[in-house]
Design a binder for this molecule. Structure first.
Ligand SMILES: Cc1cc2nc3c(=O)[nH]c(=O)nc-3n(C[C@H](O)[C@H](O)[C@H](O)COP(=O)(O)OP(=O)(O)OC[C@H]3O[C@@H](n4cnc5c(N)ncnc54)[C@H](O)[C@@H]3O)c2cc1C
Length: 508
């Protein structure tokens, strides 16, 4: 696409690259570090990252439990702990974290988390909230070399537009991987890279997984735990019917429902635009200091749930043992924008999630797929959400609006090359950028790193999706919160020792 044509399309950039710390500079007690060439976002984040000292005003509020982070993990923890005097603190002005929906003229689209499976903590919670289960019921196709191939890993393998030897290689690979007893060899497989299993087969197989992996669990084949990839392969190539559930705009529908419910019943306990800068355990309580509207405040709580990702958590909480900090720091996160193409005419409604190996994006979903056939539904727009996971070294591309627009333009360019029918311009292109939203399912992360990273302190529980695994999942975040809520209840009921609590159930 030429620069001049691009100028006619409206590009909208949203989201913050620096997930941890958009705080007012004036609240920083010592002078901030030198401004970086990347601009303000980066500079402010570094203030927290570098252990900048903030004022600690005296305690002005008390709560039974403070929950830090209003993504699905923090919101569900608040929901499970409604009968207590809780305080939920979220740095963004909105709720939802990585599971967050936006709207274009009333039509909803996703900026992150896409779908759930039946019978998981996510769908159980959604059912409890009265949400209707909407089934995807459509195995994923692949769109490659101008050819659309249905149900990629089952019937699709006979139709992939590759030479016969490559198709045979795909089938041999699938058949061999299906024989592996993944559950029995969980630990061994989790500590091996998936590339060990793809090597020796056609390179197009790794290329396919180099899209599927980053989109689903943040890592390419060589960086992926073999356990995670094989479990996924056995699910998409096996006999089980597609049991995915989603809503328009994806799983942000759950956080929207949760936050609306909590804001109705407990608005005084829900504080957004509040950035926590320190969590300091005392003898019988914990002091949590946060910045909001140009002021610092300190709240005392008997228990804390940290529903923030570990790369932020370890910087905020005092007193974490060294080995545990090392485990928290070992977890890697990718930058991951989502680019929504908003068309004012029908362009594509053929499948829910279409894989496009070898492009600037990995796959795209039809935002309103599960309601498309509802009686009376007449959408004005066809919104396609393009998943655009980046590699860690590419994070800087999101730091500027221009860099983000460039990335979105590349997504549009590649999309328009896929099929002749796609050579139409969208009305608008919205890019939602996030700097570190998804932890990578690297070898050993699930069985070796996470179990060390999530061990609770005396009064601080470590929630978030990265306390569960094996992948970054909404259900994992909710499972961790369920466990955190049980832990808080025991603590508030007087259960004395962390050692007892440590022995409690693990979400993974
Ligand atoms: C593009 C994309 C696609 C995905 N697709 C799927 C999918 O299809 N299915 C699925 O199950 N999962 C998917 N995921 C993963 C899923 O979105 C996450 O696992 C889940 O949303 C994590 O929720 P969380 O509450 O644990 O963490 P987060 O969503 O990271 O929430 C943490 C919250 O803490 C806040 N915070 C951070 N620092 C502070 C601070 N100092 N003070 C106060 N608040 C703070 C953040 O603003 C954020 O709101 C996807 C993720 C992405 C990015």
């Amino acid at each position: 696409m030429t620069q001049s044509r691009r100028d006619f399309i409206k590009f909208v950039v949203a989201g913050s690259v620096v997930a941890g710390c958009p705080i007012d500079q004036t609240l920083v007690a010592a002078p901030p570090p030198e401004a970086s060439v990347h601009g303000e976002h980066n500079e402010i984040c570094h203030a927290v990252r570098d252990g900048q000292r903030f004022d600690r005003p005296p305690v002005s509020r008390r709560a039974d439990v403070v929950i830090v982070g209003g993504g699905v993990s923090g919101l569900s923890a608040a929901y499970f702990l409604q009968k207590y005097n809780f305080l939920l603190l979220e740095k963004e002005p909105h709720w939802g974290g990585n599971a967050y929906v936006e709207e274009f003229e009333g039509q909803v689209y996703g900026t992150g988390s896409a779908f759930e499976s039946m019978d998981t903590p996510g769908t159980h919670l959604a059912a409890e909230l009265g949400m209707k289960m909407l089934r995807v019921d459509d195995p994923d196709p692949t769109l490659v070399h101008g050819t659309w191939v249905a149900d990629t890993w089952r019937t699709g393998l006979d139709h992939l537009p590759y030479p016969p030897a490559v198709r045979r290689s795909f089938k041999a690979f699938r058949d061999s991987m299906m024989k592996i007893d993944v559950a029995a060899r969980k630990e061994e497989l989790d500590n091996q890279p998936f590339s060990k299993y793809t090597s020796g087969y056609a390179r197009q197989i790794s290329q396919w997984w180099d899209g599927y992996g980053p989109s689903n669990w943040g890592a390419k084949t060589k960086d992926t735990s073999a356990f995670v990839a094989l479990e996924s392969l056995q699910s998409i190539a096996g006999d089980r019917p597609d049991d995915r559930i989603t809503w328009p705009g994806g799983l942000g529908a759950i956080t929207k429902t949760l936050s609306e419910l909590l804001l109705r019943s407990r608005s005084e306990s829900m504080v957004s635009a509040a950035t926590v800068v320190a969590v300091e355990p005392q003898k019988d309580e914990v002091h949590i200091t946060y910045a909001r509207e140009g002021k610092m405040e300190t709240v005392a709580a008997r228990a804390v749930i940290m529903a923030t990702p570990k790369f932020i958590t370890w910087r905020l909480v005092a007193g974490i043992p060294e080995a545990q900090i090392a485990a928290m720091r070992k977890i890697r996160y990718i930058p991951y924008p989502v680019v929504n193409l908003i068309f004012d005419k029908p362009v594509y409604r053929r499948a829910y999630d279409t894989w496009c190996p070898g492009n600037a994006f990995t796959d795209f979903v039809v935002a309103d797929w599960t309601i498309r056939n509802e009686v009376g539904y007449k959408p004005k727009y066809n919104i396609l959400s393009c998943y655009t996971p980046l590699q860690e070294f590419e994070r800087g591309r999101l730091l500027t609006e221009e860099g983000s627009r460039e990335l979105a333009a590349n997504v549009l360019r590649d999309f328009q090359k896929l099929l002749p029918a796609f050579r139409t311009d969208p009305l608008e292109v919205h890019i939602y950028r996030r700097g570190h939203p998804m932890f990578m399912s690297t070898p050993g992360n699930y069985t070796a790193t996470i179990p060390v990273a999530r061990v609770p302190l005396e009064r601080v529980f470590f929630g978030n999706a990265d306390s569960a695994g094996p992948e970054s999942l909404t259900s994992g975040a909710i499972a961790a919160s369920r466990m955190g809520a049980d832990w808080v209840e025991k603590l508030l009921a007087g259960a004395p020792r962390a050692s007892v609590l440590r022995a409690s159930r693990c979400p993974a």
